[in-house]
Design a protein around this ligand. Structure first.
Ligand code: PLP
Length: 524
């Protein structure tokens, strides 16, 4: 695709900002360009077809001393930057979690850039501060969560903030004031999550100086849900051995399989031991918009905090992760700090919220705008319809896998992610299956026609097809299925004609076994 960028007006001296006319001129070009890009993104290779260093090689190693023409800069966006991007906003992107930066969010990001506000204090951005409260309350209502529930938007799941608040909530520790280092009277702190929980927990433990050993990972059952009995035993054992348990993180929608921890039972335990309960519903939380999936958030009304990421499955651009909490005062007690230069009468009088009191860093920007515009544009019905369609497509793909003799499901599909692998009937060695699937995935992704990502389930190399982009329709899902078949066929060294006979179930290829390979048999 080549999108020509028209020549702009004569360049202005680089004093002050770009003038309004030039902004209008290039703004129109960029918006046209974005619309064309979105319209044709499916024609681009999904996985960037570049090697490490390629982009650097195309760019000067020295900064410009003279201002450059916008035409030139925009042309380089198309020439250098675009081919160096993996196309997350393509309907053929089905890796990790499928995401969408939809039109309303793209436009909101432009407005946010224009306003460039910092909502650290109410008065520095009253509308950004209040819109955040209103928008997050709308979403709370849509999800059927009980009020009151304080919410704030972060760039990413703010698990470090949560853990900092949770440990500050423990009476007598005073870590905010006295820190951890050198305090012999403070036992080692522990928090708990399943072995399927997201790696951001470990990162938070590192960041907070708790150390990786502070996270005790609990085994899961056959459905990859935390084993509550084992959690109970672990807490009791730690208490006996002098650890100080302070929090549990339950996951609603784990990264690998989208499994759902039994939040109600975990809430019982947390209440019994006085532990902070955080629910990580970063991906799956929004599925509770569908009445039939309301159960996903059952028990979350008892959680101390809950994270849900609209930037995952609610069609909102990145940097929109919500932290809801029933204990805003704990966040405030942890982070509130007002230097002289940030004093404000509204905050002191309790008339208004200063969001900087609830965050570890100064909350810049206007993130609610993109969520507000997205919620208004789609409305509850539109959001539900799209999420339900993604679930339907995932089930459809799972059905194809289930009835195929060469593939198998590795986890029941209940949301929009399918976990599966190639398993030609005669290959039994787990090691060979791992290699085969890894090579199939590499082939599919290298083709650039669609993109999937892997995980391991109980040690087995697993392919994940994750649907979450609004441009993923049945056509894209069929394409992915065909690509997988082609890659498998090529890995096995089977001709297209024979493969099509095999796919129709008319013949089974006896040479595909763990027995010694035939010359044309390219089994791993
Ligand atoms: N929690 C879960 C279950 C996830 O899958 C992820 C990312 O995929 C995260 C948390 C962290 O997400 P983010 O960094 O987008 O906030």
């Amino acid at each position: 695709m080549h999108i020509p960028l028209e020549a702009g007006p004569t360049p202005q001296p680089r004093e002050g900002d770009m003038d309004a006319e030039a902004l209008r001129h290039y703004g129109h070009q960029v918006v046209d360009w974005i619309a064309n890009y979105i319209q044709s993104v499916h024609t681009r290779p999904v996985l960037a077809q570049v090697k490490p260093g390629d982009i650097q090689d195309m760019l000067p190693s020295h900064p410009p001393s003279q201002g450059e023409e916008m035409d030139q800069i925009l042309a380089d966006v198309e020439r250098v930057i675009l081919p160096g991007l993996t196309q997350w906003n393509s309907g053929r992107f089905m890796g990790y979690f499928g995401v969408t930066s939809a039109g309303p969010g793209i436009l909101a990001n432009m407005l946010e850039g224009a306003f460039n506000v910092s909502r650290m204090l109410w008065k520095t951005a009253p509308a950004a501060t209040e819109l955040e409260q209103i928008t997050l309350d709308w979403l709370r209502q849509m999800l059927g969560l009980p009020a009151p529930l304080f919410g704030m938007i972060h760039h990413n799941s703010a698990i470090a903030n949560v853990l900092a608040a949770a440990r500050e909530f423990v009476p007598g520790l005073h870590i905010r004031q006295q820190g951890l280092a050198g305090r012999k009277e403070i036992p080692h702190l522990r928090f708990y999550a399943s072995e399927e929980a997201h790696s951001s927990l470990e990162k938070a433990a590192i960041l907070l100086g708790l150390g990786l050993e502070s996270l005790r990972k609990i085994e899961t059952d056959d459905a990859y849900r935390i084993n509550v009995e084992a959690l109970d035993q672990a807490i009791r054992e730690d208490l006996r051995e002098g650890w100080w348990p302070f929090a549990v993180v339950a996951t609603v929608g784990t990264t690998s399989t989208t499994s759902v921890d039994p939040v109600e039972s975990i809430a019982d335990l947390c209440e019994r031991y006085g532990l902070w309960l955080h629910v990580d519903a970063a991906y799956a939380g929004v599925a509770a918009l569908m009445p039939e999936k309301r159960w996903l958030l059952r028990g979350c009304e008892r959680a101390d905090s809950l994270s849900i990421n609209p930037h995952k499955w609610l069609f909102t651009p990145f940097h929109c992760s919500i932290l809801y909490t029933r204990r805003p005062q704990a966040l405030r007690a942890t982070f509130s700090l007002t230097p002289d230069y940030l004093q404000s009468t509204e905050g002191c009088s309790g008339q208004a919220i200063n969001l900087m009191d609830y965050d570890a860093s100064l909350p810049h920007g206007f993130p609610a705008l993109k969520l507000w515009m997205t919620l208004r544009y789609f409305g509850y019905d539109g959001l539900v319809a799209n999420i339900a369609e993604h679930c339907r497509l995932a089930r459809l793909f799972a059905d194809w896998v289930e009835v195929s003799s060469d593939w198998e499901l590795l986890f029941p599909t209940h949301l929009s992610v399918v976990c599966f692998r190639a398993h030609p009937w005669a290959i039994q060695s787990e090691e060979r299956l791992d290699h085969l699937n890894e090579r199939v995935l590499n082939r599919v992704n290298a083709s650039g026609r669609c993109f999937l990502s892997p995980t391991r389930l109980k040690g087995r190399y697993t392919l994940r097809l994750a649907i979450g982009n609004l441009r993923t329709r049945e056509e894209e899902v069929r394409l992915a299925w065909d690509e997988l078949h082609t890659a498998l066929r090529q890995e096995l060294g089977v001709t297209p004609t024979l493969w099509s006979t095999l796919r129709q179930g008319r013949l089974r290829l006896l040479s595909f076994s763990d027995a010694p390979a035939k010359p044309n048999n390219l089994l791993p």
